[in-house]
Each structure stands twice: as C-alpha cells, then as structure tokens.
Design a binder for this molecule. Sequence first.
Ligand code: ADP
Ligand code: MG
Length: 256
Amino acid sequence: MAKIFCIANQKGGVGKTTTAVNLAAGLAQVGQRVLLVDLDPQGNATMGSGVDKRALPNSVYEVLLEAVSIREAKTRSEVGGYDVVGANRELAGAEVELVDQERRERRLKAALDAADADYDFVLIDCPPSLSMLTLNGLVSAHGVIVPMQCEYFALEGLSDLVNTIKQVHANLNAELKIIGLLRVMYDPRITLQSQVSEQLKQHFGDKVFHSVIPRNVRLAEAPSYGQPGVVFDPASKGAQSYVDFAREMVARIETL
Ligand code: ADP
Ligand code: MG
C-alpha cells in the first residue's frame, strides 16, 4: 500500500517544490517506488523533474476532471527515477471548473486509490494557497510534510495551516495528520535561525524532523538543468541532507 504525503505550506517560496522533487529522487535512490504529483499550476515540480510541462499529453488537470487515470496521466522522470503526474497553467482553470461538481474535493483521492499498488510513496507538491487544489491533496493524504524556514514569523504562519489540517481531519479525512516540520534553507550561523529552530522543537517536539536542509546553492541551480539537486550534485551538502531525509521518512512510515 502506498503512503501518501502532501508537501504543504500556504506561503510561497518556502521550499515545498524543492523538497518534493528531492525527496522523490532521494526515496528512489534508496529503492522506493515513487509517484510525484504536481498540484501547482506553475508546474515547477514537473520541470524540476526533467519533464516538459508544455508537452504533457495528460496532466493532473485531466485526472481531477476524471478524464484519465493516474496510469494514463503519468510520465517518467528518467533522471529522477520516479513517476510524475505533471501540471501546467491549464490546472489554474480546474479550481473554477470543479466548483459545481460533485465530490470535488475527492477527485485526486479516487484516482490515487486506483494506483495504490503501484507505489511505496506518493508525494503531492501543493500550491501556495489553501485552495480546492490543496484540499484535494489533503483529502488524499495520510500526512503532511511542512517545509519551513526558521524565521521570525514562521510559527505564526503555521497556525493557518494547522487549523486547516484540523478541519480536514474532522470533516473529510480522519487519517490526516502532520507528519513533521522540515527545517529548510537553514543557516546555523544566523542566531535567529537557531533560536527559531529551538522554539520549533519546544512547541512541536518529535514532529520536527531530525534532518535539516541547509541553504545550498546547488539545490537552487539544479531545476534550471531539469534535475533534482540529489541527482545534479550528489556530493553537495543539500543533496546529502535530502537523501538523509528520505531515509528518515522510510524509517518514520514504519512507525505510522
Ligand atoms: P515553494 O515551492 O515553496 O514556492 P521552492 O522550492 O520553489 O519553494 O523554493 C523557492 C526558491 O528557493 C527556489 O528558487 C529554490 O531553488 C530555492 N531553494 C529552495 N530550497 C533551497 C535550499 N535549501 N538552498 C538554497 N535555495 C533553496
Ligand atoms: Mg512550489
């Protein structure tokens, strides 16, 4: 049975897509069968996996409209070693088109249920909003991975997401929980960051992943080569920390 995780945070630019792509590639490297679902109309996770978002025969948009299955929509990230259900600007229209449809928040879940036997991990890269698209992700998932920067307003920004997750848990998906908070773009030389990191551990205890992703320019360069950072420069600190995180996730799902 596949374990399904949303990578979510309603803030933009916090490292969701970088985490989704590199965790997918890291899990593939440690022998897991992985599907990455791009739920952001920007299509960055698609492009960052080496899949051209402008040339997708089918995308997550058609999946949400129930026109195709996951098996029909998926393409292979040859470079990453995992499958991708891609996204592009078309997906921005799905929000409006789903408004008056039945079970509109359960479309992705239904599609993923049918592909359950094909994967060990399904990762869903969410857009930076608490929209119908994100809701489809949260309804499908066993848990949420929250990447965050250790900045002054980080804890404040978290409360909206935590409330949304509680509501989805209460009304739509009783399995949903926060799997963990992942500290990303971390620089321990910055005093404020280590202070916020300590606060996070006090507040959230073992919900804070042990792995920490440093700020690393190789992770930022990799997408322009259509590669996950883990593949682009495996020796870099950023790549190694994402592979460590992949191992931590494999260990953690055994305790779920
Ligand atoms: P989101 O999906 O939350 O909008 P991204 O993953 O696209 O965030 O990251 C935002 C920007 O920060 C991108 O340019 C990305 O390359 C860069 N970035 C993400 N993680 C790191 C990191 N650990 N070190 C350096 N740059 C990073
Ligand atoms: Mg993104």
